[in-house]
Design a protein around this ligand. Sequence first.
Ligand SMILES: Nc1ncnc2c1ncn2[C@@H]1O[C@H](COP(=O)(O)OP(=O)(O)OP(=O)(O)O)[C@@H](O)[C@H]1O
Ligand SMILES: [Mg+2]
Length: 506
Amino acid sequence: MAKLVSDFGHQLPPLAPRPARSDDRDPLSFLVGQHGRTGRATGWCPVPAPLAVYRMTSEQAGGVWPLIAGNGLPPTGALLGIDYLSGGAFSVDPIGWTLQAVAGVTNPNMIFFGAPGRGKSGTVKMFALRQMAYGYRTLVLGDVKDEYEPLCRALEVQPHAVGHGLPARINPLDFGPLGNDWTRLPRAEAQRRAAMVFSRWLLLLRGLVGSQHVPFGPTAETAVGQVIRDLTGYTTGADRMREITIPRVWEALRAPSAELVDACRYATSQQFLDDTRPVRDALGALVTGHLAGLFDAPTTISVDWRAPIQSLSLSRLDPLGDEAVGVALTCLNSWGRAMTQLAEPGDLRIVIRDECWKQMRLGADAVRSLDADLRLSRNDGCIQVVVAHKPSDMLTVGDAGSQAVAIAKDLLHLCATKVLLGQDDQIGDELSGLLGLSPMAERIVTDWAAAARGRALWLVGSHVAKVQTVRTSIDVALTDTNDAITTSTSGDAEAASVAARRAGVA
Ligand SMILES: Nc1ncnc2c1ncn2[C@@H]1O[C@H](COP(=O)(O)OP(=O)(O)OP(=O)(O)O)[C@@H](O)[C@H]1O
Ligand SMILES: [Mg+2]
């Protein structure tokens, strides 16, 4: 065995010497009578088999015992593919894993990493589709490439398109379900909800201002916080909270009222204007630029939680560049957080944030806003799915790095399930550094997973699985994103729609 292992450049660790025992007799060479041995504590016991003892590291175990199989995960939830480490089927059930604390899973969030075209979105779509059979409903917060459209159409749902010149408006400063029945709420509950709504808005505005490379310090926070409270009527103790929009916040900062200047402890309004100029200009650039006509008016669409899937298509923004899409995703994510708060118990939802790296690149504050969304998932029963390319999407934000790295690590820890599709060697090193992958696990990502689409290393809490996602004939038409290259026929989508209906998912 030592020679075999040494052929691969390894050395077996030396065996520990056996402890010397006085009654160490060969168990097979002495006879025991029919009635066993007599004497104190000498009852019948099975004769221990003579065992050969080897000593090896966990990395070498796979070579020394190549046919050994690890434990699989429980067969609950979406059946997704084959786990090559256990040799069995692989099912994904993040809520079940969390409830049963399988492999130390403490939250149902999932993060996907993978080089472009590896099948991240495909895997997410198949997961969502298969979870629908268990009553899960899906919300796609920002379909940047319109790639969820075939899935929506197969389920007979029309995606909501967001873009310049289209009627759909989304107000990221929407109250969401937290604003329902405000007048009938006990005062303490109304205050609690107001605090939740205001902190979400502040986090969003901070992220948006940060995306323009303008710091959002305590002065800005005080001013914007005060504006929000004034505009909603919270300061004056109004019964009904008024809905506000980002342009209204901007206008209130441009023409500060005497009360606002006073509440922010400025001597004159000129002083207020001078101090808040960078924040005002950053918001102004967004209001007249990226956000204009998209996220600057009360919401006109409603999420139908009875439909199996709802998708917000952002493909029309693609020509505006990654930054505009990132800003749009930040707004959508904040709005989506409002929409998913206060779910009924047992109302199971999957919220997909595909192409999230575009938001992550906007800066540490944008990452922080995403981080806040993920923290809530345990409370509202959502499976939050984040799709990114590589960890450095998060690590390159900010200059000094250390704070951004801390946030990025935090974000990774908020996702108990990490799915690592194929990457090249350099990114593999980066992932290993961040996630503490063993050399064997890193090689699965850079070699095995990179060799075919849909292959990934799944880190489910402390459990590791090496999974090939298996596409059925229905999935092939719904997950193909190469049609720009291959021109898929419309008949495929039609066939998928019929097949999905037959399968009872529609
Ligand atoms: N499990 C799978 N098995 C085989 N092929 C797959 C699988 N999943 C996806 N594919 C194929 O791989 C192609 C790329 O998939 P997909 O768009 O999901 O990749 P991606 O990682 O999301 O890419 P991007 O980073 O550009 O968004 C698709 O055309 C699809 O047909
Ligand atoms: Mg994709």
